[in-house]
Design a protein around this ligand. Structure first.
Ligand code: SAH
Length: 370
């Protein structure tokens, strides 16, 4: 047997799914979203499964599957079907149904069952471009019953990436969190305890200024299995979008990622200045002036190059090049807005053709030779 992948238009197609409620729920959700008319012929649930928590949410007609010897019952279900999807039904039933489907020229496909236990996966969604999702992130989204997502990260196209999932926007914005952190944690734990496969999709990497650690701890404290899929952090990827390497041999052999959410103390500023490496500030728009002035006070050269890259890896990316002394003024002039990554250090000069102060660039640059 070979495996072929087909793109099929499922609109109004009759599909019979053979499997348990818990195991087949994602296959059913995906087919329904694709426009198919789905009947789930339900086989017994595995011990410990709690289909009651899911069945009400199952967007389809459910009947009890006939036994493997009930030819009449199977033919009645298969008759109107265009496609048979087997998920986790008993082998004898799958074999019999497959044979009858062959006689009726009904296509047959087999799908892996959905996760049986409630669990939480923290997924790093990268800086906003779906192309910067990892393969592992895409797989976790495809297997999700619920996705809790933020404003940052690849929110567009999420319905296609997670076709079986209810999407919940917990939309964090700077200084304005419509759903509080504790409430997000309660939602994660609650959904997993109801047996659902929960993805917490976060911008960038979950463990870089993302409160991912708190969410992991909340799950562990509640006895909920949890894992983390790291993501492409904006701290590195957003400077990279306009060709700024955060380290470069002979220029900078260290980079420090700091949060500008709160004003850094004089000691912190002195430490950053002393280290001499690249400084990457996240959430730094509001306190940009204090940070730039503080670094100069701490001894950094006012001519040190700096850049602010807004909405990196999106269609509306904008990059502003400046130096420490005029960074705040330039940012004010062009009305820099969050989300933005601030990069301070000699590496900014390495941006191909863009390192000069006072250049404002709209969009993702395309680099060409001299
Ligand atoms: N965990 C995230 C960071 C969360 S803090 C990560 O690893 O990327 C949120 C900050 O990240 C924003 O205020 C901004 O400074 C930065 N950020 C995230 N995505 C961004 C993007 N696409 N463009 C510019 N800055 C971004």
């Amino acid at each position: 047997m070979i495996t072929v992948q087909l793109d099929l238009d499922m609109t109004d197609r009759s599909v019979l799914v053979l499997g348990s409620v818990v195991g087949a729920r994602l296959a059913v959700a995906r087919l329904v979203r694709a426009g198919a008319r789905v009947t789930l012929a339900r086989t017994p649930d595995a011990p410990g499964d709690r289909p009651e928590t899911l069945r009400t949410a199952l967007p389809t007609r459910t009947v009890h599957a006939p036994g493997p010897d009930d030819t009449t019952g199977l033919l009645r279900l298969l008759g109107p079907a265009w496609l048979l999807v087997t998920v986790d039904a008993p082998t004898a039933l799958v074999e019999r149904a497959t044979r009858l489907a062959g006689q009726l020229r009904v296509m047959v496909t087999d799908e892996a069952p959905a996760p049986r236990r409630g669990q939480v996966t923290l997924v790093g969604g990268g800086p906003g471009s779906p192309g910067l999702l990892t393969v592992e992130a895409v797989a976790a989204l495809a297997a999700a019953d619920v996705v809790l997502h933020d404003r940052l990260g690849p929110a567009d196209g999420l319905a296609d990436l997670a076709p079986g999932a209810t999407l919940v926007d917990v939309g964090k914005q700077p200084y304005h969190h419509p759903v509080g952190q504790r409430e997000i944690e309660e939602q994660l734990v609650g959904a997993a305890q109801a047996g659902l496969s929960v993805v917490r999709l976060k911008g960038g990497d979950p463990f870089v200024l993302g409160r991912g650690g708190e969410e992991v701890r909340a799950c562990l404290a509640a006895g909920v299995p949890v894992r983390v899929v790291p993501g492409v952090s904006s701290a590195i990827a957003v400077p990279a979008s306009c060709g700024i390497p955060v380290t470069h041999r002979g220029v900078s052999h260290a980079f420090t990622v700091v949060s500008g959410h709160q004003r850094p103390s004089e000691e912190e500023l002195a430490g950053l200045a002393l280290l001499g490496g690249t400084i990457v500030v996240l959430m730094g728009v509001v306190n940009l002036e204090q940070i730039a002035a503080g670094l100069v006070r701490a001894g950094m050269d006012p001519a040190t190059p700096a850049a602010v890259v807004e909405r990196g890896w999106t269609d509306s990316q904008r990059s502003t090049f400046s130096c420490l002394a005029s960074l705040a003024e330039d940012a004010r002039r062009v009305q820099v807005a969050s989300p933005a990554v601030v990069v301070i250090g000699e590496v900014v000069r390495l941006a191909p053709g863009l390192g000069d102060p006072a250049v404002v660039l709209d969009g993702l640059p395309v680099w060409t030779g001299p």
